[in-house]
Design a protein around this ligand. Structure first.
Ligand SMILES: Cc1cc2nc3c(=O)[nH]c(=O)nc-3n(C[C@H](O)[C@H](O)[C@H](O)COP(=O)(O)OP(=O)(O)OC[C@H]3O[C@@H](n4cnc5c(N)ncnc54)[C@H](O)[C@@H]3O)c2cc1C
Length: 432
């Protein structure tokens, strides 16, 4: 049942001492954890008096992996959200629309930013995702737009719309040549016009992608990095590799080598850190990710789990921690949900195991690449598969009706593509 968010929900009320399980964050990890816990409870043989509460600032899940399309103006914001109400109602999960200000692990208390009364929990899942990593670079907070929320994506979309009308003068700078930055640049190559550069005559689009390391998509196989680079450059996107940013200003970027990238706006996609400041007593790494054991519990806090971008999770049998991706967040969430139920029913927990599902990278609406270990496959059909995977996610958590509504919203007005084809063989001088 959906709860009244203002109704007091003390876990320790003597009148109804129910086990209170709280999940903070309704993103990929948190929703997956909540649904998995309820599914496990349904199939379990025992009956228990428990309440599961999902805390999220809004009653919608934002599909973060779709933000680059909202930013490019090719997807309406409404199509990048799922309504949580019907999903949670179907599973008997209570939604508390609130923002957590602090968690007191010692006293099992959750405090909120508004006048919502504190909430006491018995078991807790921390799944509040990540926040943009600024690396302490001056001007990022003041001038750059982080590609991490719907409001910010819509702000970028407004700038893109201006650039479509007038592509001359300073364009957009995108900082970060990882998944998010590359997918956004490739999408923009299909909606922004190419204009001849005065000095060389090369037809370029008003977008510069700036990456600190010598290659795009660091951490992925060199073949996919080269594929993405060629794809972007052929479509008139300027790419600056080996170019760490020293400062962001209102006029663009100042790079560490002293050169500058003029831009009317900067989009920040340079990486994330765990969004964990509001759990002061927890142990974390230098990127803010909470340290967890093989069952995804916090150290010395068996009643508290963490999953998704907020956690530094290493799957059983692996030496490297999981990358911050949606599919890892979903898998970790499912593992946590099942363990939450095991913990509640006094059964032994099961370690988190990863599955290698591969990674899909969109290169605009007409190309995508699939990465399976060191194997890279590319082609138009991978874009269809990526869309099918995204549709499957919505269907699996929200049902067919929600998927149809989302498809209808996605079919709304969108800019006509300019030219998805090659416009230039211009190669920007690459550093390093
Ligand atoms: C532009 C972009 C493109 C990407 N593309 C891909 C891709 O193609 N494939 C892929 O696998 N991954 C991709 N990723 C990464 C992926 O989106 C993240 O790894 C994933 O969203 C992490 O899931 P999560 O549940 O940990 O966090 P999120 O999905 O961010 O969810 C966190 C939730 O917690 C809530 N929350 C935060 N703070 C609080 C608080 N104080 N109180 C209450 N609730 C709170 C948030 O509102 C949100 O609902 C992309 C990321 C970006 C930014």
């Amino acid at each position: 049942m959906m709860g009244n968010v203002n109704e007091p929900m003390s876990a320790s009320s003597p009148a109804r001492r129910r086990l209170v399980q709280v999940v903070i964050g309704a993103g990929y990890a948190g929703l997956s954890a909540a649904l998995a816990a309820r599914r496990a409870a349904r199939t379990g043989s025992h009956k228990r008096n428990s309440e599961l509460i999902l805390v999220n600032p809004t009653d919608k899940q934002t599909l973060v992996t779709q933000l680059y399309r909202v930013a490019a103006g090719t997807l309406p914001a409404a199509a990048a959200q799922i309504d949580l109400g019907p999903i949670l109602a179907a599973y008997g999960i209570r939604l508390l629309t609130a923002t957590v200000h602090e968690v007191d692990l010692e006293h099992r208390q959750i405090y909120f930013t508004d006048d919502q009364p504190p909430l006491t929990y018995d078991q807790l899942v921390l799944a509040a995702g990540s926040e943009p990593e600024t690396f302490g670079i001056p001007g990022v907070m003041e001038y750059a737009i982080p590609l991490y929320g719907l409001a910010e994506a819509e702000k970028v979309a407004a700038l893109v719309s201006q650039l479509r009308q007038d592509p001359t003068g300073p364009g957009l700078a995108i900082v970060g040549g990882g998944l998010a930055g590359v997918e956004l640049a490739a999408e923009l190559a299909e909606v922004l016009p190419a204009v001849p550069e005065s000095s060389t005559g090369a037809r370029l689009r008003p977008v510069t992608l700036v990456e600190a390391t010598p290659q795009l998509l660091p951490g992925l196989p060199g073949k996919v990095s080269r594929l993405a680079l060629t794809h972007l450059q052929e479509r008139g996107i300027r790419v600056r590799l080996g170019s760490p940013v020293a400062q962001v200003t209102g006029a663009g970027l100042i790079l560490r080598d002293g050169s500058s990238v003029p831009a009317r706006a900067t989009v920040w996609a340079a990486g994330v850190r765990g969004h964990s400041r509001w759990v002061p007593a927890a142990t974390r790494d230098r990127r803010g990710r909470l340290l967890v054991n093989s069952f995804l519990q916090l150290q010395d806090r068996p009643e508290v789990f963490a999953c998704g971008d907020i956690a530094l999770a290493t799957a059983q049998g692996r030496s490297q921690p999981d990358a911050p991706t949606a599919q890892n967040a979903i898998l970790q969430g499912a593992a946590v949900g099942a363990n939450l139920e095991r913990l509640a029913s006094g059964r032994p927990l099961v370690p988190y195991r990863a599955r290698n599902l591969g990674l899909l990278l969109a290169l605009g609406r007409h190309q995508a690449a699939a990465v399976f270990g060191s194997t890279v496959l590319a082609g138009r059909h991978w874009q269809w598969i990526k869309e099918a995977v995204e549709a499957h996610y919505v269907w699996s958590v929200a049902g067919l009706g929600a998927l149809l509504l989302q498809r209808l919203a996605a079919g709304g007005p969108r800019p006509n593509p300019t030219s998805p084809t090659v416009v230039s063989d211009h190669r920007v001088a690459l550093k390093a």
